[in-house]
Design a binder for this molecule. Structure first.
Ligand code: PRP
Length: 225
């Protein structure tokens, strides 16, 4: 072997041995708080993750355990994982379903549990044909009604989805329900469950294999919760 090739290979080998932090994309907010017990078991204090009120850093290095957390909007977590900017991510199944990501999901974290439902006004018994559906999840809503042979007119809204049937914007909604309180207080009720939702650990399939034991360590840490 030519010396420069041998040197280059040796250098690549050295780089592979040097352990860079394993990068995990996590959503800011509620889910991040729910990860505190996982990290506490690994000896990480919650302030290292949550920071104080003024901490705006979007990268949180945890050198004690060789992890680097990227703090993201929930919808962006699978994008970072898909493109390899993060090794692993914590992500709601609602985001994966809506955006059509096919990522490896080694662990259901059992946090952020809720249901994706079709809800209507309590006074309404049947939907018109075609029904108009307001939702933050147009892909999930269209697929759900299509699976029942109904071509729904889907109207995308960013939030306060429950308002749509009350104002005549839509006949029904497809949205997440956790406690059911928002539906109750707005005179709506669940008519169908579209999917059970929770947060899962996600990984790019190829990257996960390459990470080997290091990825398994993270999976085990989350699985033990
Ligand atoms: C979510 C969801 C429902 C509500 C359900 O909205 O879209 O509106 O929570 O929770 P509940 O069953 O416990 O009442 P979010 O709080 O994200 O606000 P949004 O209306 O701005 O989307």
């Amino acid at each position: 072997m030519l010396p420069n090739v041998a040197t280059a290979r040796a250098a690549r080998g050295t780089r592979a041995i040097v352990t860079r932090p394993i990068t995990i994309a996590v959503p800011k907010g509620r889910v991040l708080k729910a990860l505190v017990p996982v990290l506490a078991r690994l000896g990480i204090d919650s302030t290292a993750v949550l920071g104080d009120g003024d901490d705006r850093r979007l990268i949180r290095d945890l050198p004690q355990i060789g992890w680097r957390l990227l703090l993201l909007k929930p919808d962006d977590v699978p994008t970072y994982v898909e493109y390899g900017a993060a090794d692993l991510g914590v992500c709601g199944r609602d985001v994966l379903l809506e955006r059509g990501f096919d990522l490896y999901q080694p662990v259901d974290l059992g946090i952020g549990k809720c249901r994706m439902v079709v809800a209507m006004r309590t006074s309404v018994t049947t939907l018109p044909d075609p029904p108009r559906i307001a939702t933050k999840y147009p892909r999930i809503a269209s697929a759900h009604f299509a699976s029942r042979g109904v071509q729904a007119e889907v109207v995308f809204v960013q939030g306060s989805v429950e308002l749509a049937p009350l104002t005549g914007l839509a006949d029904a909604i497809v949205d997440l329900v956790e406690t059911g309180e928002t539906l109750r207080q707005n005179d709506l009720e669940v008519r169908e469950v579209v999917a059970e939702i929770s947060s899962v650990l996600v990984a790019n399939r190829a990257a996960f294999k390459l990470l080997g034991a290091r990825a398994t360590e993270v999976v085990d840490a989350f699985r033990a919760r």
